[in-house]
Design a protein around this ligand. Sequence first.
Ligand SMILES: NC(=O)c1ccc[n+]([C@@H]2O[C@H](COP(=O)([O-])OP(=O)(O)OC[C@H]3O[C@@H](n4cnc5c(N)ncnc54)[C@H](O)[C@@H]3O)[C@@H](O)[C@H]2O)c1
Length: 245
Amino acid sequence: MIYTPFENKNAIVTGASRGIGRGIALKLAGRGARVVVADVNLEAAQETAELCGNGAIAVSLNVAKPDAVRSTVADLIAELGRIDILVNNAGINRDAMLHKMSDEQWDSVLAVDLSGVFYMCREVGTHMRTNEYGRIVNVASASWMGNIGQTNYAAAKGGVVSLTRSISKELAFKNVTANAICPGFILTEMTRAIPEKIFNDQLAKIPLGRPGEPEDVANLVAFLASDDASYLTGEVINIGGGYKL
Ligand SMILES: NC(=O)c1ccc[n+]([C@@H]2O[C@H](COP(=O)([O-])OP(=O)(O)OC[C@H]3O[C@@H](n4cnc5c(N)ncnc54)[C@H](O)[C@@H]3O)[C@@H](O)[C@H]2O)c1
């Protein structure tokens, strides 16, 4: 029997043109959702949407731009009728030690990784509040606990954790859940780009002995987005093969 918990559900996944976001989009679509692949890279987003099938659509969106988020979400609601699931996955890193971190490295990471999540939650969360149904999953990171060379990224992801806990309390009575997940070390273009020594150091910290795959993260997101997780909100869940900072 085919498992389709998301039949007749519409989902937005940001940053889904590749990596973890693509894995999440494929998983939700595979389980019946109509997925909106929202990404700055429209061409790659279209590729993800094609792979998803099931009526998936790609939209060009920079989550760090509040006006763009506002108009894109309004257009999507007009087109689809409702948004049931929001996965805030778009993120960037610009690692540097504190004494070398530029204003641009700080500002750009905070803009995408934290403000972007806020803008999306505000627009889509307000819609879900009216509908009295919604599942929000925010992709934070194990780094939110603090990590060398990641002052900007850790601060942004820590902000995502606090934001998620706050909105979970605000929206619970309207049947909207919000949870944060904290991936450890997952194989994507983001992690493939890091220097070999750091890559191997990270690998050595994983008790299960392998880096994660996007699908490992997608399995958790699919659970949190489903009605099996209807009694779970405001949680912060690690997904990293035991990896912790
Ligand atoms: N890979 C890991 O080990 C790891 C660990 C912890 C957390 N994360 C988090 O998981 C998420 C996905 O990471 P990934 O490894 O797949 O990264 P990735 O770099 O492979 O993919 C990120 C995606 O986000 C998109 N994006 C970037 N800026 C955007 C913006 N302003 N608006 C819309 N889309 C934008 C990119 O085009 C890309 O498709 C990120 O939030 C990241 O911080 C990743």
